[in-house]
Design a protein around this ligand. Structure first.
Ligand SMILES: [Mn+2]
Length: 557
């Protein structure tokens, strides 16, 4: 049996690592069934007994202490299981199965926990796991193969070259206490006049869709104009610092804003919205976006500009995808094209196969909601829009993108300078990746699925390439709505998720997004100093049919 550390924090990690391995084994072949759960719970009880004896040097331990510890680790088991259940809900890319994705996540989970230990510690945990594998008499070949692969991944992990990590010099980042502002207005005509859903009658839908197709054209023309003006401006130098203060352009799929040091900018940042129109409406009204935009337009000298950053994933999951969040994001963009940055998420991805437009990211609720009534041209129009959406915004030393950094091998093959951010493969990967607790994620784990992990050191290295201090991204379900995923002094990775709400009528009753408390960010930016304030989205107020016409059926009649 394993010798537990006398440091309670390390002992806790040892227990977690062992439980994670056992749960992973249970999931490899099929469901995690009650017999397997019982088996793991028995082992937890045994390990707790053993650890209690070690702590007391063989003396007896009060039964209530044992009971408390056992209960704690049963909760750890439940927590790990709950997280794995969540992986089964994730969208997967075309050509891969949910099972493959979950297997990759199980490997990553074991890998992450093991990398917290030194070599000796890793050997001890793996030996304990081996012993437990044999405890029920049969070691399944898949369990052995899984264990062997973890061992190999750990052995092959390379160190990052420290010399490649260069911190950004001036400036600072302050993460402020979360707030819960109340919107000064209940409603705004800019929003209320677009609040109507598509009909399920094909002829009515055709007429209705006409308006949205024209809106898409307007978005595309605006992007075209911006691209024509910004083409080739993303030169070899990293970061917005390389550009004259006040410069702003779109080169290909990358926006750059080089802020003027004397100006105090405000940015509203929204993470994944996934059809949660009430969340979008609430966040805009909570920060009083329209009044501020108007005040700046009326008197720019007195009122600082307000920017709106969307991190993508407007559609799927929630009930108001194409007619709610996407339509409103497009309206905002065509109204304020210099202030609104509509970035692309991995769900904004349709492809054409044999003349038919399909959604390769499954499940695809947005397409399902109109596929019975929409002609292929309508779907093709959305597809073209998605291809045209920009991927990245660099605002001073802030870097905004949907997912994270590209895969290590692709970076090595394709990166030349900052202009490489426009490489289609790099752009695609940056819509799909997630941060891992590990410093370095081996390439094999990155290659296992479209949605792949990267490590803390790999992140720092990437940020040095682009000359930025903070990356703000969405993509990952964050139950608390906002999380500093990497909170290091040099560079930070902040995750924000703006869809969710336990009782949010934007979401189907069984949606696992209901476990999220949706948050958005406001960022104050002046001369390289960012003050980042997360705030809770007051979606409940806009579930009210008086303030949101999408719910007018609630009024009856
Ligand atoms: Mn996503």
């Amino acid at each position: 049996m394993i010798k537990f550390s006398s440091d309670p924090y390390i002992a806790e990690s040892q227990m977690r690592a062992i439980i994670q391995h056992l749960v992973a084994f249970a999931y490899i072949d099929a469901d995690f069934d009650p017999a397997e759960r019982k088996f793991i719970e028995q082992h937890i009880a045994l390990l707790v007994q053993q650890r209690a004896q070690e702590v007391t040097g063989g003396q007896s331990v009060a039964p209530d202490v044992i009971a408390r510890w056992t209960q704690h680790f049963r909760e750890v088991l439940q927590e790990i299981d709950h997280r794995i259940q969540g992986y089964f809900q994730e969208a997967v890319a075309h050509g891969e199965t949910t099972e493959q994705y979950v297997l990759a996540r199980l490997k990553l989970g074991c890998f992450e926990l093991l990398t917290r230990f030194d070599e000796e510690g890793q050997r001890a945990i793996l030996a304990a796991v081996e012993q437990l594998m044999q405890a029920d008499g049969v070691v399944h070949p898949n369990e052995r193969a899984f264990r062997d692969e973890i061992v190999r991944l750990i052995a092959e992990t390379e160190e990052v070259d420290e010399a490649e990590i260069v911190p950004v010099s001036d400036g600072d980042v302050i993460i402020a206490e979360a707030q819960r502002p109340r919107a000064p207005l209940d409603n705004h005509p800019f929003l209320s006049r677009h609040e109507w859903d598509f009909s399920r009658d094909p002829s009515i839908f055709e007429q209705q869709a006409q308006g949205d197709m024209e809106l898409v054209s307007e978005v595309m023309e605006t992007l075209c104009r911006q691209r024509a003006a910004g083409q080739g401006k993303l030169t070899g130098a990293p970061g917005a610092e390389a550009y004259e203060a006040g410069a702003q352009f779109l080169d290909g799929h990358v926006y750059v804003v080089a802020p003027r040091p004397e100006l105090n900018y405000e940015l509203l940042v929204l993470g994944d919205l996934h059809g949660c129109y009430s969340c979008l409406k609430a966040a805009l009204l909570q920060v009083d976006f329209f009044s501020k935009a108007q005040a700046h337009a009326d008197d720019p000298a007195k009122n600082p500009p307000i920017y709106l950053v969307f991190l993508g994933d407007y559609i799927d999951r929630g009930r108001f995808s194409l007619s709610g969040t996407l339509r409103t994001v497009m309206q905002l963009f065509v109204k304020l094209p210099e202030r609104v940055f509509p970035l692309r998420g991995n769900h904004e991805y349709y492809v054409e196969l044999d003349g038919k437009v399909l959604a390769p990211v499954r499940p695809c609720e947005a397409m399902d909601s109109i596929s019975a009534v929409a002609k292929n041209e309508v779907l093709a129009t959305y597809m073209n829009l998605f291809e045209a959406l920009p991927n990245i915004l660099i605002f001073g030393d802030l870097f905004f993108v949907h997912g994270g950094i590209p895969r290590a091998d692709t970076l090595q093959q394709r990166w030349e300078n900052i202009a490489s951010l426009n490489d289609p493969e790099l752009r695609f990967q940056m819509m799909w990746s997630d941060p891992s607790e590990a410093d370095m994620v081996p390439l094999d784990l990155q290659l296992a699925s479209a949605r792949f992990p990267f490590g803390r050191r790999q992140f720092q290295q990437f940020m040095a390439r682009v000359g930025c201090r903070v990356m703000v991204r969405g993509h990952e379900l964050i139950a608390e709505g906002f999380r500093p995923s990497y909170d290091d002094s040099e560079v930070k990775l902040l995750s924000v998720f703006s869809a969710g709400g336990a009782d949010n009528d934007d979401l189907p009753l069984d949606s696992h997004y209901r476990e999220v408390r949706p948050m958005a960010l406001t960022i104050r930016y002046q001369a390289g100093v960012s003050t980042i304030t997360p705030f809770e989205i007051d979606y409940r107020r806009y579930n009210d049919p008086r303030y949101n016409a999408f719910f007018k059926e609630k009024l009856g009649g």
